[in-house]
Every structure is written in structure tokens, then in C-alpha cells.
Design a binder for this molecule. Structure first.
Ligand code: PBG
Length: 326
């Protein structure tokens, strides 16, 4: 006699039956692709710690956005690298700032592509912190930062961003952004909030890409302790109450329990951010011949979806879309 589980396992010897009983499927639709847009003309700067990822000037970013759209990926997440940084992060909310210009150019060229603007100050502050720093105490000034973060979000909506995604982790930012967007006539622009964002070593390569490493101290006063899970649920609940429309859990792979708990405790769409370090690990191992890149990537991303993510933000997205259509 065979038990049902055994029968199921045996049926999986043929691929059509394997497909029939598969619980999780990846599709190009699942993805948002992060891109780094830089000031300057005709720049396509490879990021050493992220093989296959580039800092792109606007013309190249537009070309890349077209390619991504043709691959069936619904959206991109834009990070900006301004020509100049200052203490007040002026470049973040400048109507002619790098991200605002990139949003307009991409919207113009590929109107159906969803543009998500990353809302943070760290790429624009001279000291690399996500908020404004008090010159004397060196502390992050939460409430002053909120005002600038809200202005940044609204300036991106004005430029044509479909969604704004605050990643700064200041307290009260979702409510501040919501109020500012509503006041300026962007009641319909959704907020995708990095609700559970951990202080993670896996952001290392991103900081090369975005040139945003903090010049002193670290981000532990505003990002979460990797050891805490209940705290993530509290943070998430606050963001939902403040009006978030999507919740991001980040990083993804070392935090699949958080993705799952978020999925179970919130009805909103959940995005998991497969961050730079997660990407670079698989890339490096594959380039050394230690891992089969396609298999390892598809397995890792299937794991993220299985854990409960509705959306996966990943630098692997174009490769995956290519493999899935083969
Ligand atoms: C900026 C921001 C970071 C990431 C996304 N937005 C870096 C950080 O918080 O230091 C990391 C993304 C990645 O590693 O791919 N606040």
C-alpha cells in the first residue's frame, strides 16, 4: 500500500504531474527591479561588488527600463546618485534632482512601467545618514528629517512616480508622507513602506552602488536589531496604522520568518527585498563555479515567495525573467 504523500512523490517523476502539484511558481510579474541612476552623461559604471549591476545615467536608465518592461517585469525601484551631497540632502527633494529627472524620462519612454521612488536621504546627505544629523550631538533629528522625507516623496510623485517607498526608518514617516501627498493633491499615490528593515551587513554592496555608506557611526539607532522579530511586527502595525499601502520586509533570505509573520499578520500586499548582499553572494559563488547560478537563484527566490511575499524586489529580476521565458 502506498500513502498519499508517497503517491504524490511518485507522480512527480513526470514533469506534467510535477507541474500540477507545484505550490509556488515564480513569474516575471512577481518582480520589481532596483536601479541606480547617476548624474552625468552617458555613464554606465559597473558596480564591482554587484556583477551585472551598473550606475546608469538617465539615457542608459531609460534603455534599461525598456528592456525590463519587454521582459515582462512590472516595475522598477529607483535610487539616485546626485552630483553633489550636502548636510540638508537638497538633492533628494529638488524638483530637478536626479531621481525626479529619471522618473520623468522613464515615464515618458515607457509609460506602462510602474515606477517606485526610493525615499531616503542617505544618498544625498554628505555624511551618508538616512536623516538629518545634529552637528553637535551627532544624533539623528527625527522630526526635522520627517519634513524633508515628506518633501522628497511628494517631489517624486510630482515627477510621475506611481508609488513612493520610504526606506529611511524615521518614526512617523508614513503619516508625514501621507499628509504631504494628500495636501499636494496626490491622494492616490500609494506608499510602499519598509516597515521591517533590519540593520544588516547584507546592505554592504548597495552602499558601494549608491555611494551612501555612513561616514561615521552606523544605522543601528534607526534600523532594527536582527535578533528581534516581535519588534518587527510592532513596527509593521504602526506603518499600517499610519496609512501604508504595501509593506516591505528587508533583507529577505536571512529573514524569511519575518516575511511569513508579516504575511500572516497583515492583509496588505507584502514585498520582500532580496538585498544587494544576497545577490552578490550567489553571483560571486557562481562566478567561481561553486554554484549553478540559475538553479540557486530560482531556488532562493522561490523560497522568498513560498514564505509569503507577493512581490520580490531583486537585482536578479531580468535574469529570472529571461530564464523563465526560455
Ligand atoms: C537606503 C537603502 C539601503 C538599501 C535600500 N535603501 C541601504 C541602507 O539602509 O544602508 C539597501 C538595499 C540593498 O542592499 O540592496 N536607506
Amino acid at each position: 500500500m502506498a500513502f498519499p504523500t508517497q503517491r504524490l512523490r511518485r507522480t512527480r517523476r513526470t514533469s506534467r504531474l510535477r507541474d500540477l502539484v507545484r505550490e509556488t511558481r515564480l513569474s516575471p510579474d512577481d518582480f520589481i527591479y532596483p536601479m541606480f541612476v547617476t548624474a552625468g552623461e552617458d555613464v554606465r559604471n559597473p558596480i564591482k561588488s554587484m556583477p551585472g549591476v551598473f550606475q546608469l545615467s538617465i539615457n542608459h536608465a531609460v534603455a534599461e527600463a525598456k528592456r525590463v518592461h519587454e521582459l515582462g517585469i512590472p516595475g522598477v525601484l529607483l535610487f539616485g546618485i546626485p552630483a553633489e551631497k550636502d548636510e540638508a540632502a537638497t538633492g533628494a527633494y529638488d524638483p530637478e534632482g536626479i531621481v525626479q529627472l529619471a522618473i520623468r524620462a522613464i515615464k515618458d519612454a515607457v509609460p506602462e512601467l510602474i515606477i517606485v521612488g526610493d525615499v531616503c536621504l542617505c544618498e544625498y546627505t554628505a555624511n551618508g545618514h538616512c536623516g538629518v544629523v545634529d552637528g553637535n550631538s551627532g544624533e539623528i533629528l527625527n522630526d526635522v528629517s520627517l519634513e524633508l522625507i515628506a518633501r522628497t516623496a511628494t517631489s517624486q510623485a510630482e515627477a510621475g512616480a506611481d508609488i513612493v517607498a520610504p526606506s529611511d526608518m524615521m518614526d512617523g514617516r508614513v503619516a508625514a508622507i501621507r499628509a504631504d501627498l494628500d495636501r499636494e493633491g496626490f491622494e492616490n499615490t500609494p506608499i510602499m513602506s519598509y516597515a521591517a528593515k533590519y540593520a544588516s551587513a547584507f546592505y554592504g554592496p548597495f552602499r558601494d552602488a549608491a555611494e551612501s555608506a555612513p561616514q561615521f557611526g552606523d544605522r543601528r539607532s534607526y534600523q532594527m536589531d536582527p535578533a528581534n522579530a516581535r519588534e518587527a511586527m510592532r513596527e509593521t502595525k504602526l506603518d499600517v496604522e499610519e496609512g501604508a499601502d504595501f509593506i516591505i520586509a528587508k533583507p529577505a533570505l536571512p529573514y524569511l520568518d519575518i516575511v511569513r509573520r508579516t504575511r500572516e499578520s497583515v492583509d496588505l500586499p507584502i514585498a520582500a527585498y532580496n538585498v544587494s548582499g544576497e545577490y552578490s553572494m550567489i553571483k560571486a559563488a557562481s562566478q567561481n563555479g561553486w554554484l549553478d547560478e540559475e538553479k540557486a537563484v530560482l531556488e532562493a527566490l522561490t523560497g522568498i515567495k513560498r514564505a509569503g511575499a507577493d512581490i520580490i524586489i531583486s537585482y536578479h529580476a531580468p535574469d529570472v525573467a529571461g530564464w523563465l521565458s526560455e
